[in-house]
Ligand binder design. Structure first.
Ligand code: UDX
Length: 439
């Protein structure tokens, strides 16, 4: 099948390359000349394991190409995926739909014949209906554009796997729409492998995505709230999560207590969900998400407080190593990163902060140019009075407490992600603190 993918960020670039991998003919489209030049040159402008290989293979076999030209996109295919960003609006909680609307405004007047636009971006419920009205007002006489919604559930770090073998496919359509049949062709490989394929109305498809992210955020904040109680009572949140996780109605996934969630999706999606509920006059339904957000933010403060205590009451003049800058391992994304937020706060309170991350250094430097950045874990650890493990990269999990202990000034560490072997680190003489545990 021929298709375009409009917007070549994390979502769109991955979707374009993976659709080509599934034997479709794909044209990726973006207004960012530099991004398109890089992708054409077989370079992924962000870190995503496995994606460079898929990109290169499909550029070479000719199934994948990129352009900044909407006229080329309009002529290339009758199926278009829309994957541009919906960031948080400045000054409010709501999602900014400027880019999504802009795509419709730029593309639709150029289309001839029958076209389908599958929205993949995470949007407030009701957006697809509004875009359909917008498209109807812009389309050429005699041509027709159908808007359908096909939310994307990929996780950064597993984006290729999640796109090629998704755990479910959801397509929101209007009554009498042709989008379902087209979606079945697009996702034929996954459907043949018995992937659940759910067809809903537009509003439900939009809500599936934000509800899934709100649920995940709530699950993380739930265990982090319990962690606060553990800290007051001497209980251990890791043992507790293991125990409740054995109940298969609960499950152990996303009960990882620690510094909490960040990234380009969970924080902004729960805020946009609250904002939309308010617009709909249903704000009470989602006020609990405000608490989910607060619990999450409090964990960052807790780490800074622990750091201060471990440094004898003041961070002034203390050298603190922060291991991690990305919002999670296997990503170079620092958007709303708990690790960088902690590093920034420690610095603002007078600590000399040295940050190291295996992949996110350039992005971190751009956001927080005032922190100092080391070129390796070992360099970051030199003469530290305190180490904070803030993103659980494998390299940090594998740190040898004896080797690390030989480099630092003082053997003191905060495990912000509850991934280190406490007995081993304590046996090596480290003073250790963690979230939700009394070590
Ligand atoms: C998320 C959703 O998982 C994905 O389905 C959606 O399409 C986009 O948003 P992503 O932002 O890539 O994906 O990250 P995810 O793996 O969900 O992690 C989100 C955050 O939660 C990270 O900061 C992670 O460190 C944190 N987290 C995760 C925890 O703090 N504890 C956990 O147990 C799990």
């Amino acid at each position: 099948m021929r298709m375009t993918v409009i917007g070549t960020g994390y979502l769109g670039a991955t979707h374009a390359a993976c659709m080509a991998e599934l034997s479709h003919e794909v044209l990726g489209v973006d207004v960012d000349e530099a991004k398109i030049a890089s992708l054409k040159d077989s370079k992924v402008p962000f870190f995503e394991p496995g994606l460079p290989e898929v990109l290169e293979r499909n550029l070479e076999n000719g199934r994948l190409n990129f352009t900044t030209d909407y006229a080329e996109a309009a002529a290339f295919a009758q199926v278009h995926f829309l994957g541009v960003g919906t960031p948080q609006q400045k000054g409010t909680y709501a999602a900014d739909l400027t880019y999504v609307r802009q795509v419709v405004e730029d593309l639709v007047p150029l289309l001839e014949g029958e076209h389908i636009i599958f929205g993949k971006s995470t949007v407030p419920v009701g957006t697809a209906e509004q875009l359909q009205e917008l498209a109807d007002s812009l389309v050429k006489p005699g041509s027709h554009v159908e808007i359908a919604w096909n939310p994307e559930f990929l996780r950064e770090g597993y984006a290729v796997k999640d796109t090629i073998t998704p755990d479910r496919i959801v397509v929101g359509v209007r009554e009498g729409a042709t989008a379902e049949a087209i979606a079945r062709e697009v996702y034929a490989t996954a459907i043949a492998a018995d992937t659940p394929f759910l067809v809903t109305d537009l509003a439900t498809a939009e809500l599936v995505k934000v509800s899934a992210n709100a649920f995940l955020a709530t699950k993380i904040s739930f265990i982090n709230a319990v962690a606060e109680i553990c800290e007051q009572t001497g209980a251990d949140v890791v043992a507790l999560a293991d125990a409740i996780g054995h109940d298969d109605r609960i499950g152990r996934k996303f009960l990882g207590a620690g510094l909490g969630f960040g990234g380009g999706c969970l924080p902004k999606d729960i805020r946009a969900f609250m904002a939309r509920a308010g617009e709909l006059g249903a704000d009470q339904a989602l006020t609990f998400l405000r608490e989910v957000d607060s619990i999450n933010m409090r964990r960052r403060d807790r780490v800074v407080q622990l750091a201060k205590e471990m440094c004898g009451g003041s961070l002034l003049g203390k050298r603190v190593t922060v291991l991690g800058a990305a919002f999670k391992p296997n990503s170079d994304d620092v958007r709303d990163s708990p690790a960088l937020s902690v590093a920034g706060s420690l610095s603002l309170q007078g600590a000399a902060v040295s940050v190291y991350d295996p992949e996110a250094m350039d992005n971190a430097r751009r956001v927080f140019p005032t922190l100092s950045y080391a070129s390796s874990t070992k360099e970051a650890l030199i003469d530290a009075h305190l180490v904070v493990l803030a993103t659980e990269w494998q390299e940090f999990r594998d740190l040898d407490p004896e080797v690390a202990g030989g480099v630092v000034e003082k053997r003191a560490i905060i495990d912000g992600r509850n991934v280190l072997d406490v007995a081993k680190w304590k046996a090596a003489g480290w003073e250790m603190e963690a979230l939700g545990r009394n070590l």
